[in-house]
Design a protein around this ligand. Structure first.
Ligand code: URA
Length: 209
């Protein structure tokens, strides 16, 4: 599918292997998620437009480029998406950050929005949704819909590990949304965890299990 992009960079693959390892502790897991996110952000932002500027060096004047001010916003999906924020902020310190919180309704199993907060001009921004795991794709589909309702036109999804069924479903529902991930696993287990995956990303990140 042409809106799915999988990164095969050796550094990213190596770090994901360490993240998968059940013996990797919270501190290292958090650092690895930050590093993978930073490496991925480098590619996800490749199409940011540049403009020409002149800059005075100690020797002379250089014709140079700066990012042309296209407004970016990252939106982590609570809570595991928070682990991807710092790595991106390290690269783009001025990036604006929105948040989306979703829970799964016990009866309908549908994702329900319990929290969202965005910059006022979110509809003018290019938005990158952060969610390290794409399992069924249900909560990400809800997150995309929430942003589209706010008038956001340019949406990307940045994830780390995806289940094939979930990422392909999502890519089919939103052909205008580019989805970036670092690896695709083939299976989901009966509890909707990616198999073999890396476990519960939120629990591993925050040490809650
Ligand atoms: N969320 C997780 O944290 N892990 C999975 O495997 C699926 C969803």
């Amino acid at each position: 599918m042409k809106n799915i992009f999988v990164f095969d960079h050796p550094l990213i693959q190596h770090k994901i292997t360490l993240m998968r390892d059940k013996n990797t502790g919270t501190k290292e897991f958090r650092e690895l998620m930050g590093e993978v996110s930073m490496l991925m952000a480098y590619e996800v932002t490749r199409d940011l437009p540049l403009k020409d500027v002149q800059v005075e060096t100690p020797i002379g004047v250089a014709n140079a480029k700066v990012i042309s001010g296209k407004k970016l916003c990252i939106v982590p999906v609570l809570r595991a998406g928070l682990g991807m924020v710092e790595g991106i902020q390290n690269l783009i310190p001025s990036v604006k950050i929105g948040h989306i919180g979703l829970y799964r309704d016990h009866d309908t199993l549908e994702p329900v929005e319990y929290y969202s907060k965005f910059p006022e001009d979110i509809h003018e921004r290019e938005v990158i949704i952060l969610e390290p795991m794409i399992a069924s794709g249900g909560s990400l589909a809800a997150a995309v819909s929430i942003l589209k309702k706010r008038g956001v036109k340019h949406i990307k999804i940045m994830s780390i590990l995806a289940a094939r069924s979930g990422i392909e479903k999502l890519a089919g529902i939103f052909p205008d949304v580019n989805i970036y991930c670092a690896h695709i696993d083939e299976k989901l287990n009966k509890d909707c965890y990616i198999d073999p995956g890396l476990g519960d990303a939120g629990d591993r990140l925050f040490g809650t299990k």
